[in-house]
Design a protein around this ligand. Structure first.
Ligand SMILES: Cc1cc2nc3c(=O)[nH]c(=O)nc-3n(C[C@H](O)[C@H](O)[C@H](O)COP(=O)(O)O)c2cc1C
Length: 382
């Protein structure tokens, strides 16, 4: 079994069907994206929070570090409506913590979030190989323009109905985000708490009912997880938490240290940091705002309100007020370079699947279609 060959590896010219998840909030860096792409996986650049000019710069930073394919990730959902009452209430709730860190009680008015269509224009102008989208689905006209530009589109689903909507919209791949996953829940139909299907159940469910190739995300921490997801019918695995402790990750050292400590800090779902439900390590802010989550403004307003507090906490190495996004598998994080991890996981998965960890061969058809991949890696043409 030449295990790495899937529609995903063929379409994007990857050696291994391993995607590094986009990670906003600090951990995702151009260095991490490029390291994974150079190692033969698909690195992802988290772009949802970047204004178009910054997004263009970040893409250029990745390109300066790799000539391999990579993905840019954007958020398709609409930002929450400005609600002065909720903003006021959140300011009140955050005031004691700001005082504790010596910050003034006044909070800056939230800036306008980046415009999705402007960000998309940058992605198309830059001709990035892949676009992954979370929190919804762009309208079909938009999506067709992206696909006509030759950009592979990955949508994200947390349950079957979302996967069906994504398939109908014409995405090329669906990332199935299981309940174990670190970071925001990608749910865009219904409440995130209703979409808490574990990866083990979600992947075969989606492969049974939708025709689009499925990428498994959530709780995949090593080659065993990658092999298991292939056995369940996934075309690849998208891994976030497993890369958090890498030297290329921008996660704060105190955050990295907590991941594998296995102490009483466990992951939980919280809206405290951004107004959107996501999986984090429990800390003081998460626990103390738990009872008030329903009063908080939505995404990304709450994020703007907590950013300064999180930064001040990070400056002091204080994890109490940092957003410690992490999946349930966090105890298995390894503080090793991303390229080493990708190679190790590929070998482990190949052993388990009875194949070889040799890099994926590039078919003559792909070599003709994507000469840049063949040029970069002539050894891998069949
Ligand atoms: C720190 C962190 C930040 C994340 N940020 C994003 C993001 O910006 N966009 C996105 O689509 N997914 C994001 N995710 C979720 C991942 O895409 C993916 O679903 C998840 O990492 C898979 O589960 P795992 O963490 O157990 O590997 C993030 C995950 C983490 C851990």
């Amino acid at each position: 079994m030449n295990w790495p060959t899937t529609v995903l590896t063929e379409r994007l010219g990857l050696r291994y069907p391993i995607i590094q998840a986009p990670m906003t909030g600090g951990p995702g860096t151009p260095q991490l994206t490029a390291a994974v792409s150079n190692a033969g996986g698909l690195g992802s650049l988290a772009g949802s929070h970047l204004q178009p000019d910054r997004l263009r710069d970040a893409i250029a930073e990745v390109r300066a570090l790799t000539d391999r394919p990579f993905a840019v990730n954007l958020a398709a959902g609409s930002p929450a409506r400005l609600d002065q009452h909720r903003l006021g209430r959140a300011c009140e709730l955050l005031a004691p913590y700001r005082a504790e860190l010596g910050l003034s009680p006044a909070l800056a008015a939230p800036p306008d979030p980046p415009d999705f269509l402007d960000q998309l224009a940058v992605v198309m102008e830059e001709g990035v190989p892949a676009l992954s989208v979370v929190f919804g689905v762009p309208d079909s006209a938009c999506l067709n323009r992206v696909r006509d530009a030759g950009i592979a589109v990955l949508g994200t689903a947390t349950h079957l109905l979302e996967a069906i909507v994504l398939e109908e919209s014409g995405v090329d791949f669906i990332v199935a985000q299981g309940a174990e996953a670190g970071g925001h829940r990608a749910t865009f139909i219904g409440q995130p708490e209703q979409g808490l299907v574990g990866t083990l159940a979600l992947v075969p469910l989606l492969t049974k009912h939708v025709g689009v190739p499925i990428i498994a995300a959530g709780g995949v921490m090593d080659g065993r997880g990658v092999a298991a997801m292939r056995m369940l019918g996934a075309d690849g695995a998208q891994m976030g938490t497993a890369f958090l402790a890498c030297p290329e990750s921008g996660a704060h050292p105190a955050y990295k240290a907590l991941l594998s400590q296995g102490n009483e800090l466990a992951t939980t779902l919280s809206r405290a940091f951004t107004g959107r439900c996501g999986r984090v390590l429990r800390n003081r802010l998460v626990d103390e705002l738990r009872a008030h989550e329903a009063e908080l403004p939505g995404f990304p307003l709450q994020l703007f309100l907590t950013q300064e507090l999180s930064q001040a906490a990070a400056d002091r190495g204080l994890t109490d007020f940092m957003p410690l996004w992490a999946g349930q598998g966090c105890n298995l994080c390894q503080p090793r370079p991303a390229a080493e991890l990708v190679a190790l996981w590929a070998e482990q998965a190949a052993d388990l699947l009875g194949g070889e960890a040799r890099p994926n061969a590039i078919s003559p058809a792909l070599a003709r279609e994507r000469p840049e991949i063949a040029d970069a890696d002539p050894a891998y043409i069949i």
